[in-house]
Design a protein around this ligand. Structure first.
Ligand code: SAM
Length: 245
């Protein structure tokens, strides 16, 4: 494995320059004693650059971008993550980011607790920050997109492309691995985008399973044991990573 350096996510950039502000800049200046001429890897949008510090002013560090660094793309996976206990959900979000998830849609399912569903919108900024910090921690070149909380019905209909997999513990005939393997064979080299939905702690309601089915989602299993929602989300990501990478 090549050496990976810590990557800094630009707050602003254009074709030739980028700048960091806020906490990242403060860390660079105070902890790493940034000085003009020092080099760091900078993520600007979906590209990574070797940047050389061109100037430091107040709480901003400015870089000249000198060469593009090869980026590792995210896995082509959107996770529909039901809203469940926030601490566990945040853990799932952080780990899914480490494992390469591209996009997460928090969904309000029938059995998402009411008070959590009601305060989910207020959590989104925090979730985006967690995704961003986790992406940086795991040297990702991009930050997964965290959508606004969405009603399950809307999400099941709107997320209508690619391979759509409903993680369901009652499913006995098809495992996630088998479904992926079949899709990969059918698709040849071009892997379709994957969407995976994970239910809340109480699982999916029967009418939700019926709706997913109508919308063309396929139920898949992660094995005979019942996993907690956050374990199911991470396991599903790990299976996809193992098969695609
Ligand atoms: N309703 C279940 C119960 O209490 O018996 C538990 C639901 S489980 C805690 C939460 C979610 O994790 C499920 O809705 C499903 O999406 C996923 N999940 C858990 N175990 C799974 C398995 N063995 N296969 C597929 N998905 C699983």
């Amino acid at each position: 494995m090549g050496m990976t350096r810590r990557r800094w996510i630009a707050d602003r950039w254009d074709e030739a320059t980028a700048s960091l502000s806020g906490e990242q800049a403060a860390h660079l200046i105070r902890v790493l004693r940034a000085q003009t001429g020092m080099e760091f890897d900078i993520v600007a949008g979906d590209r990574v650059w070797r940047g050389v510090i061109a100037g430091i002013s107040g709480d901003e560090v400015r870089f000249n971008l000198i060469a593009e660094v090869e980026a590792d793309p995210a896995l082509p996976v959107t996770l529909l993550l039901s809203i469940f206990k926030f601490d566990r959900m945040e853990w799932a979000l952080e780990k899914a980011t480490e494992l390469g998830v591209e996009r997460i849609v928090p969904i309000v399912a029938r059995r998402s607790e009411k008070h959590l569903a009601a305060s989910a919108q207020n959590r989104v900024e925090r979730w985006r920050r967690i995704a961003r910090e986790s992406a940086q921690q795991s040297r990702r070149s991009d930050v997964p997109m965290i959508e606004d909380p969405t009603l399950l019905k809307t999400a099941a209909r709107r997320e209508s492309e690619g391979l759509r997999l409903l993680l369901a513990e009652q499913e006995r005939s098809t495992t996630l691995r088998q479904a992926l393997s079949t899709a990969m064979k059918e698709a040849g080299d071009e892997m379709p985008r994957i969407r995976m939905a994970v239910g809340p702690e109480g699982g999916w309601a029967a009418e939700e399973e019926a709706l997913f089915d109508e919308e063309g989602w396929k139920a898949v299993s992660l094995g005979p044991r019942i996993l907690r929602a956050e374990t199911a989300a991470i396991t599903a990501m790990a299976v996809v990573a193992a098969m695609l990478e």
